[in-house]
Design a protein around this ligand. Structure first.
Ligand code: ZN
Length: 220
């Protein structure tokens, strides 16, 4: 299956090199599970990285940048590798038949917390997840997310349901990547709740007093 909306090439390259944060990486992995186009692109990026390594003279240490990338790949592997025996993970209440992406097999989530009428979040637990604001967002049909911009990048993989943000319509498997140039207010479409996996680099920039109050809840 291939989705209509994909991560940017820059995000895929960073993911392939292991330099994308752990939070955004699991969001990208959730998309890759759905998207043959991006899996093929990842294979290309990894092959290019391998060819660069092979082209280096034997015995010559990798340049600083490459050494950092290789170290980051090791760190990334440590982050996504599941331990040999995985105890049952903490999960919020999820709709019957709904399954979280396998990139989250090793991640605990807190219970759903109300942040606005029809909007709940469940935060991923662990310092690495908190650092990138990794969370599940559940929004009921017809609801509209807070009007917000961004100080960094927000990565979202839609896990169920659908929303429209004025630019396009997003359904399960689709990926939304927005930076500080985008101010958007997604609206949930259809008659089922929309559940998304979200990570951020930087902070949301909510508008108005109510938005700032919600920001305090988001950041708590
Ligand atoms: Zn894709």
């Amino acid at each position: 299956m291939t989705s209509l909306h994909h991560p940017s090439d820059e995000t895929l390259v960073r993911h392939a090199a292991g330099t994308l944060g752990a939070g955004p990486s699991v969001v990208v992995e959730a998309h890759l599970a759905h998207c043959s186009r991006c899996r093929a692109a990842m294979n290309d990026f990894e092959a290019i990285g391998g060819a660069l390594l092979e082209a280096m003279p034997e015995g010559e240490p990798p340049p600083d940048g490459l050494a950092r990338v290789l170290a980051a790949i090791d760190r990334g592997a440590a982050i996504v590798a599941a331990p040999a025996s995985v105890p049952p993970r903490a999960r919020p209440d999820l709709p019957e038949g709904f399954q979280l992406p396998s990139s989250l097999d090793d991640t605990n989530f807190g219970r759903w917390r109300w942040i606005a009428p029809g909007i709940h979040i469940s935060r991923a637990e662990g310092a690495w997840a908190r650092a990138s604001g990794l969370k599940l967002l559940r929004v009921e049909p017809g609801k509209r997310l807070l009007d917000h911009g961004h100080h960094g990048i927000e990565w979202t993989c839609i896990l169920s349901g659908a929303f429209s943000d004025g630019r396009a319509r997003f359904v399960a498997g689709d990926f939304s990547e927005v930076d500080q140039s985008v101010e958007h207010r997604p609206v949930i479409e259809g008659d089922t709740a929309c559940i998304c996996l979200v990570a951020m680099e930087g902070r949301m920039k909510p508008h108005g007093l109510i938005g700032r109050l919600h920001q305090m809840v988001f950041d708590a």
